[in-house]
Design a protein around this ligand. Structure first.
Ligand code: PHE
Length: 343
């Protein structure tokens, strides 16, 4: 074979191979090109096979040419490989990319029930006034719920509080006759039996009454009982505590307080407490209260005349309704997320 032709052949091969490499559109096709030109049975080796037919110095010359061509092509393939690899990574990233303009899926956090929030608010305020927080049983004996509070069986006051009786726990003995407490006042004698004055407590908790429900009545609701007993506690202290409490509870918004005579067998005198908020002209009943009755002290084995003090019972749901501007007590117990999420 004429040498000129062979060199020409090498040049054609070189041109063709370089073009193919440069134009390889993706990694698999680059790999195919590599096999086609530089593979064991590829075109480069076909050229090498022709070397022995060339003589002497020329063979050495062409051998070197082929060697450097091989390494050129390998370098070229290597560079192209990295380029295509980068491109494919880029492409993948783009297709998997994060579109930060798409609105995210909101994670919703749980939170306390509005009544719990209001209860804690009430507790914090009374704590700041030196009261301790105590809790009592919701399943209660007739004795602590009624008898010990000067409400004997035939007393008309019982009709004010229709009662859920526990039908498997009925007894002639008021201490063994069970019910769902109708008032947190059940804790008055329970607490005084075990603690000596002076004392200053509040008792938040659930109470139950067997009655028809409407926007302001539920069969189960919440009260906060208060009890402050010492040597010289009077209605004046009661008024001061209420004034301080409501001022704090309603964030210093103007609150007027009014005491009206009211009847509860376990206080004497007894009052109903109304408040008027801001510029509203409406009085709202928020609590019952009064001076602890001597008969209650006697039930607790205190010496009446030695101690005196006040008791009150506030409607916690009522306070929460005023605080949040809610007009139906039943919403608190509806389990309706649309309602609850607002707090
Ligand atoms: N327990 C009374 C009620 O539920 C409220 C009250 C408590 C009144 C303490 C006076 C003193 O209506």
């Amino acid at each position: 074979m004429a040498i000129g032709n062979f060199e020409e052949k090498i040049s054609v091969f070189e041109k063709e191979a370089k073009e193919a490499i440069n134009q390889a559109p993706d990694l698999p096709r680059l790999e195919a090109i590599k096999v086609k030109y530089l593979g064991r049975k590829g075109e480069f080796n076909n050229l090498v096979k022709e070397l022995p037919g060339i003589s002497g110095d020329l063979r050495a010359h062409i051998g070197r040419r082929l060697n450097s061509l091989r390494s050129d092509l390998e370098t070229l393939i290597g560079e192209k490989f990295h380029k295509l690899k980068d491109e494919s990574i880029e492409k993948q990233l783009k297709s998997e990319g994060i579109d930060i303009s798409i609105p995210g899926k909101g994670v919703s956090f749980g939170h306390l029930h509005p009544l719990t929030k209001v209860e804690r608010r009430v507790e914090d305020i009374f704590k700041s006034l030196g009261f301790s927080i105590v809790f009592g049983p919701e399943i209660e004996s007739e004795y602590y719920n009624f008898d010990a509070l000067n409400i004997p069986k035939d007393h008309p006051a019982r009709e004010m509080q229709d009662t859920f009786w526990l039908k498997d726990f009925r007894s002639e003995d008021p201490k063994k006759n069970f019910l769902l407490r109708t008032q947190t006042s059940n804790m008055q004698v329970r607490y005084m039996e075990k603690n000596n004055p002076p004392l200053r407590i509040i008792v938040p908790g659930r109470v139950y009454r067997y009655e028809a429900t409407d926007a302001s009545h539920e069969i189960q609701f919440h009260q906060v009982e208060g009890l402050m007993i010492d040597k010289n506690i009077s209605m004046v202290n009661l008024k001061a505590v209420f004034e301080e409490f409501f001022k704090k509870f309603f964030d210093k918004k103007k609150v007027e307080i009014r005491f009206r005579p009211g009847y509860f067998p376990f206080v004497e005198p007894g009052i109903e407490v109304d408040i008027k908020l801001g510029d509203s002209s409406k009085w709202l009943e928020v609590a019952g209260a009064g001076m602890a009755h001597p008969k209650v002290f006697r039930a607790a084995r205190y010496v009446p005349g030695e101690w005196q003090g006040f008791a009150f019972g506030m409607g916690l749901d009522r306070l929460a309704m005023l605080y949040y501007g809610i007009n139906d007590i039943r919403l608190f117990y509806s389990g309706d997320f649309r309602f609850l999420k607002q707090f």
